[in-house]
Design a protein around this ligand. Structure first.
Ligand code: ADP
Ligand code: MG
Length: 444
């Protein structure tokens, strides 16, 4: 009998209270908290997951595949009868309002879902990451997370690995970058340890590959990764990839890899909006012994808009200044002083070709000094040309001075700069990389 006092909201509150004790707080906040109870009758409860098509369907499928029996048994406890679950979501609209905002010692334990701040800019990527961490290999395989630098790709990869290993100790998780994959592959070929290399990459339960864009244009590494991917995929193992762009927009990425990368879910990370930037800043100072006024957080959030890494950098600067001034109360004056330099567009660092070479090497993950070696292979020559071009553009140095610094003659530099100038106008992605490099170079 349906109790006359029974109300769908009260029943759902009761269920939520029970689920809260039985689930991790991140899983609860992501999957259960946003759910809206719609109606209840003798045999069925209808729930709605907000968040539009992508997030809503993800929420629905997680609830139905992973939490259904838990929810139904709580429903039984609360109502005293068997109640079936029916979940729906809206197919249109972002509808994200009210959405709630986690092998081998290679995982960084500081990156978790708990300390990842969720906003409109990243909520799909976050929810999809948590879904694969909870049920790897089941749904979104591969999960492909893409977005600009400093927006949380690496953070999410480690969070997936950490979460999965905490719940499944003893499983094999491998976090690697495409740089490391390539480098180890080349070594394995040289040392004839291909079999070991293969075993290591093809026998894991979860493979996390960071910055897959760097695999493009590397023929051998792409070939090997194609087989690694297939071996894992066919045995139902989860693969998560990150990149700074979509597979379809990655030049020199083989078509067969593009196809595979698009088979699962593509989830983007966008720069955080103002409210999320404030929320991130708040979460980052939570454990610091400093008092910040809301006004100061807003000042930082208003002025540092590019990405989360830069937000963290701004905060570190403020804390460093506070340290120097031996205070733990951050005044607006102090914050302004600390950020004056990074906010102004003027280069603060004493920029030299050495600084440029250093930043370009870092950006392309090349060993220090490689740009000034005699090597002419494309993986070195291309970044070298970029570094020459940047030296010419921002230092306005003469070709012969640049030549001297790069240990090349002046006509080589001139040709390189000319070539880059043309490439830059044809290729907006190259322009974007150069802009990013220039920002890195100007930042101290
Ligand atoms: P990417 O790999 O996309 O370049 P990272 O994952 O390295 O970016 O993120 C840069 C920094 O910003 C890291 O310290 C990371 O913890 C932090 N970060 C990024 N997104 C968030 C977020 N949503 N909440 C909290 N910290 C974040
Ligand atoms: Mg990264």
């Amino acid at each position: 009998m349906l109790k006359t006092t029974e109300n769908v909201n009260d029943v759902w509150d009761g269920v939520r209270a029970q689920l809260k004790d039985e689930m991790s707080s991140v899983a609860f906040d992501t999957w259960i908290k946003p759910v809206v109870p719609v109606e209840l009758n003798e045999v069925k409860i209808k729930l709605r997951v907000p968040g539009g098509l992508q997030k809503g369907s993800l929420g629905k499928s997680m609830i139905m595949s992973k939490y259904r029996s838990l929810i139904e048994s709580s429903l039984k406890n609360v109502t005293g009868r068997t109640v079936d679950l029916d979940v729906c979501f809206e197919e249109t609209g972002a509808g994200a309002t009210g959405d709630p905002i986690t092998f081998e010692g290679m995982l960084n334990s500081k990156y978790t879902f708990e300390n990842f701040v969720v906003g409109n800019n990243n909520n799909l990527a976050h929810a999809a990451s948590l879904a694969v961490a909870e049920s790897p290999g089941h749904k979104y395989n591969p999960l492909f997370i893409y977005g600009g630098s400093g927006l949380g790709k690496t953070h999410l990869l480690h969070a997936i690995g950490n979460y999965y290993l905490t719940n499944n100790p003893g499983k094999k998780v491998l976090y690697t970058t495409s740089e490391k994959f390539t480098y180890e592959l080349i070594n394995a070929i040289r040392e004839k340890t291909n079999q070991e290399f293969r075993n290591r990459h093809r026998t894991v339960d979860l493979l996390l590959l960071d910055d897959v864009q760097f695999l493009a244009s590397r023929v051998t590494a792409q070939e090997e990764f194609f087989h690694t991917f297939n071996a894992l995929y066919e045995s139902g193992k989860q693969i998560v990839l990150t990149s700074d762009r979509l597979p379809s927009e990655t030049p020199h990425l083989e078509d067969r890899l593009k196809t595979r990368f698009q088979m699962g879910l593509l989830a983007d990370l966008q720069p955080p909006e103002f409210e999320t930037r404030v929320a991130i800043l708040k979460s980052k100072v939570e454990n610091e012994y400093f008092t910040f006024d809301e006004e100061i957080m807003e000042y930082v959030a208003n002025n540092v808009t590019s990405n989360v890494r830069d937000l963290e950098g701004a905060l570190k600067r403020i804390l460093a200044y506070a340290g120097i001034e031996r205070t733990n109360t951050i005044s607006m004056e102090l914050a302004q002083k600390a950020l004056k330099e990074i906010i102004s567009t003027l280069p603060q660092r004493n920029i030299t070709t050495a600084v440029i070479i250093d930043e370009v090497e870092k950006y392309y993950h090349l060993p220090k000094g490689s740009l000034i070696t005699k090597k002419r292979s494309n993986d070195i020559a291309y970044p070298r040309h970029i570094a020459m071009y940047i030296s010419r553009v921002i230092l306005d140095a003469s070709y012969s001075k640049i030549g001297e610094d790069f240990r090349r003659d002046h006509s080589t530099v001139m040709n390189a700069v000319k070539k880059m100038k043309k490439l830059v106008t044809e290729n907006p992605e190259l322009q974007a990389s150069i802009d990013e490099l220039v920002t890195n170079i100007k930042r101290d």
